[in-house]
Design a protein around this ligand. Structure first.
Ligand SMILES: [Zn+2]
Ligand SMILES: [Zn+2]
Length: 320
């Protein structure tokens, strides 16, 4: 049985498996797919969880909790390709159940891609589950951003890049490592954790008053940083946002940035569909984003039983 509430509950073989709980539950097996705030618990009845060591360390800096990572013979953690440390979980019992969490099947410079795995039931995110969301080639997007930055810097200009602090920020840190990168402190903190795990990432923070030449500043642009960004813009810096939602024509306008690049840590519609096909499950449960629309497309296009598990509006933030 698969049920909603406090993450997603799977009851199988007399056991309770809990995916991405808001509150970890003692006596259950708690699994945390990755360290984005909408997936990590906000309270803990037990600190024993199944997650990657990278996720454990990121949760430590983000929540101040020391998790005790456990294994379970019924659970296999698979690469989710979403952000550093992200996992999908395959639970094997009377049925095989694959929970994707957030996932991405495009390989990136700093991250392997999620690969489909045969299962009986598939619980998957459908953030970009409408056919208009098909992403251009990853390298092409980064190439266009590189051209834009090179042009700007060669004219002595600075850039502010808006990106989610975990995921996109690391990808930009890798892609533009040879440029004068500066990071928001929260991004530098994440990068410092990842450097310990072998990622090659810049950890330089911006010292606004000491900078002499052009800089490329990566930030979420949220909270107190809004004022700093406003000062940089006033001094001539140009802005760009990196988000899958940049495929929407209104994105650049609504986000009031100079450029929008459709870089995403999620699958596009075509990739979601191909993933389902290759997992060839008997039933698909969709969550997040266009869950209803995508379930309906799976039924029509693939003839596989599919239904939304969480019927809610799009709640992903704009940098997903
Ligand atoms: Zn995520
Ligand atoms: Zn998410």
């Amino acid at each position: 049985m698969i049920r909603l509430g406090n993450g997603i509950l799977l009851e199988m073989d007399g056991r309770r498996f809990r995916f991405d709980p808001r509150r970890t539950v003692a006596e259950e097996l708690n699994m945390v797919s990755h360290a984005h705030s909408d997936h990590i618990p906000s309270s803990f009845r037990t600190l024993q969880v199944v997650c990657s060591e990278v996720t454990r360390d990121l949760i430590h800096v983000r929540r101040g909790k020391e998790l005790d990572v456990v294994d379970d013979p019924c659970v296999e953690a698979l690469e989710a390709g979403h952000i550093p440390g992200s996992n999908m979980f395959m639970v094997k019992g009377e049925r095989s159940v694959l929970y994707t969490g957030d996932f991405c099947t495009r390989r990136k410079a700093h991250l392997d891609a999620a690969k489909p795995a045969k299962c009986d039931s598939l619980i998957m995110e459908a953030t970009y589950g409408k056919s208009r969301y098909v992403f251009p080639d990853h390298e092409e997007i980064l190439g266009a951003a590189r051209d834009w930055l090179d042009d700007l810097i060669s004219h002595g200009g600075s850039a502010v890049l808006f990106a989610y602090p975990l995921g996109k920020s690391q990808e930009l840190s890798v892609a533009f490592h040879d440029l004068p990168l500066r990071l928001h402190p929260s991004i530098a903190e994440n990068n410092r954790v990842l450097v310990k795990h072998g990622y090659k990432l810049c950890t330089d923070e911006l010292d606004e008053h000491a900078e002499k030449g052009p800089v490329v500043y990566i930030t979420s642009g949220m909270g107190k940083d809004k004022e700093r960004v406003a000062r940089m813009r006033k001094a001539g810096a140009r802005t760009a946002a990196f988000s899958g939602w940049a495929l929407d024509r209104s994105f650049a306008y609504t986000s009031t940035v100079d450029e929008g690049f459709p870089l995403s840590d999620h699958c596009g519609y075509d990739e979601l569909m191909r993933f389902v096909e290759k997992c060839s499950p008997e039933v698909v449960y969709t969550t997040h984003g266009f869950d209803k629309a995508f379930a309906s497309s799976v039924r029509k296009e693939l003839g596989i039983d599919a239904r939304p598990l969480i019927a809610k509006q799009r709640t992903m933030d704009q940098f997903c």
